[in-house]
Ligand binder design. Structure first.
Ligand SMILES: Nc1ncnc2c1ncn2[C@@H]1O[C@H](COP(=O)(O)OP(=O)(O)OP(=O)(O)O)[C@@H](O)[C@H]1O
Ligand SMILES: [Mg+2]
Length: 306
């Protein structure tokens, strides 16, 4: 699949503070890449570098196969973006707002205005003043503005921030529709797992400026995995036994003394016996479901539900 965006070793340092640390990401055509991270993780800093708004300390960015690190490049013309809540003129209509932007961008053809309003479902409201719009509609207008020049890649920094549940749903549907029907690739950041999980085909988790994990569609579907959880006196030794004696590798250690096993569930009693035979105290053995959220919490120790 064609690579639309490739980030290699991207780093941004402010004095002694590293906001983005050796980031490697690739977004392929048609993908909706969810860029997930808590407040301060480095999402906006990364996106600003992608759009050429700030200079990286080191590393490179390729858009549509062209290196763009260093500012001006034709490839930026193939990207549309919104950074947090885009502002518009409240006393002007949707069409008038987009027309200002069209002229600023030096685009001659006015057809793009109605086209992009249609794409975001605002055609019927095109002649209404923006002050009468809901937050969700304003955000969709922001996306319409980003779509005016027919970009192939859309970069959205927290597009659902400050929206209520119905606004969030509107924007979520819109992103999915743009990707599936218009074949636009999307990089969308968020700090809320449940939102990104519903739209992304791939999720990259950024934590303290580092990409700690990438999760593909298959793993995203794993949402609720059954497992058997053991509370043991020595989880390291238990893990070693699983791998070496029982050839079990699909397990996790969500907290000290706890080990979750995702395969050979019918052999739980054999596992238990093996632990005991090797002087590991088994304090508890239960069947549980691990949600994707548990999985993320385990990776970052953060709160993803807020
Ligand atoms: N110009 C700057 N000078 C110094 N530090 C900065 C600067 N810009 C950002 N940072 C720091 O870099 C870190 C990453 O910030 P960034 O805005 O990229 O995070 P974020 O993931 O977008 O967070 P949020 O979810 O709050 O938007 C933060 O600790 C922030 O304080
Ligand atoms: Mg941010």
């Amino acid at each position: 699949m064609e690579e639309i965006l490739k980030i290699t070793g991207l780093t941004k340092r402010y004095k002694n503070y590293t906001a983005v640390d050796d980031l490697n990401i690739s977004v392929k055509k048609g993908e909706v890449y969810g860029f997930l991270g808590q407040n301060g993780a480095g999402k906006t800093t990364t996106i600003h570098m992608l759009l050429g708004l700030i200079q990286p300390t080191s590393g490179s960015i390729e858009l549509f196969g062209q290196f763009v690190t260093g500012g001006r490049a034709l490839a930026f013309g193939r990207v549309g973006s919104i950074i947090e809540m885009p502002g518009s003129y409240p006393n002007l209509t949707a069409v008038e707002n987009l027309d200002i932007h069209r002229r600023l961008m030096g685009m001659g053809n006015k057809e793009c205005i109605e086209e992009s309003l249609a794409q975001v479902g605002l055609l019927e409201n095109r002649n209404k003043k923006v002050k009468s719009f809901s937050l969700g509609m304003k955000q969709r207008l922001g996306i319409a503005r980003a779509l005016l020049h027919h970009p192939e890649l859309l970069i959205l920094d927290e597009p659902t921030n400050a929206l209520d549940p119905s606004g969030i749903k509107e924007v979520r549907h819109l992103i999915m529709e743009l990707a599936s029907k218009r074949n636009i690739s999307v990089l969308v950041s968020s700090h809320i797992l449940s939102e990104i999980q519903q739209i992304a085909t791939k999720i990259g988790i950024i934590h303290n400026g580092k990409l700690v994990q990438e999760i593909d569609q298959q793993s995203l579907q794993m949402k609720n995995r059954h497992c058997v959880e053991f509370k043991v006196s020595n989880e390291r030794k238990a893990a070693m036994l699983l791998e070496q004696r029982l050839t079990i590798s699909d397990y996790s250690v969500p907290s000290p003394g706890v080990i979750r096993i995702f395969e050979h569930l019918s052999e739980a009693s054999l596992i238990n016996k093996t632990f005991v035979q090797h002087d590991i105290d088994v304090l508890e053995m239960i069947m549980v479901r691990e949600t994707l959220e548990d999985y993320f919490l385990n990776l970052t120790g953060g709160n993803w539900g807020a």
